[in-house]
Design a protein around this ligand. Sequence first.
Ligand code: B1M
Length: 150
Amino acid sequence: MFTSAKALQAALGVLRPHLLQEEVQAVGTVVIGTVKGDMHDIGKNLVAMMLEGAGFKVYDLGPDVHPSRFVDAVVEHKPDIVALSALLTTTMPSMQTTIDALTAAGLRSKVKVMVGGAPVNDEYAEHIHADGYASDASQAVALAKALMNV
Ligand code: B1M
């Protein structure tokens, strides 16, 4: 999986300038990050790469992202989707606090929230009123497209 990720990363490196040059219309805009308290980003990076490869404009906030940074990024980039990753059972609640922060800022209805990460599942996504859950990077692309009605 990692070899293919490296290949995709290299391909994106070559493609990106041309896509920017051609002003290719992005399928949609995604702000992605691993939630507060969680340093795991290997999976999140794969998801970000696959989304970019599928034509999404991706703003990657990195790991350990405080809810307020997601709020600031939504204000700045006006994304269609906020993508949250968590790898620890102890940081899954940071997904809820991030959604709560978007709600408190009056932004929750302006974005679709998708979640993922090894301990996350459909039930948890429903529990925190996320708009969708994806189990791996290719499912994440399919979900993002579905959330965009693409
Ligand atoms: Co940690 N770690 N780790 N770890 N780590 C796990 C997750 C753990 C399961 C290992 C274990 O105990 N069995 C366990 C979590 C237990 C739990 O809570 N469920 C654990 C622990 C406990 C810890 C520490 C607490 C250990 C310690 O210090 N005591 C600590 C926590 C630090 C912190 O985050 N605050 C810790 C630290 C680390 C490292 C930083 C050293 C390192 C991460 C390096 C990095 O990411 N830059 C690390 C790693 C590598 C792992 C394991 C071995 C591998 C995780 C990984 O990258 N998988 C992991 C054990 C395991 O899972 N086998 C473990 C590969 C990756 C491609 O899969 O991230 O699941 P994944 O991503 C997939 C899907 O989840 C999905 O698509 C991805 C690609 O297919 N997906 C999404 C992910 N995000 C998505 C978002 C989406 C959609 C899909 O939409 C938004």
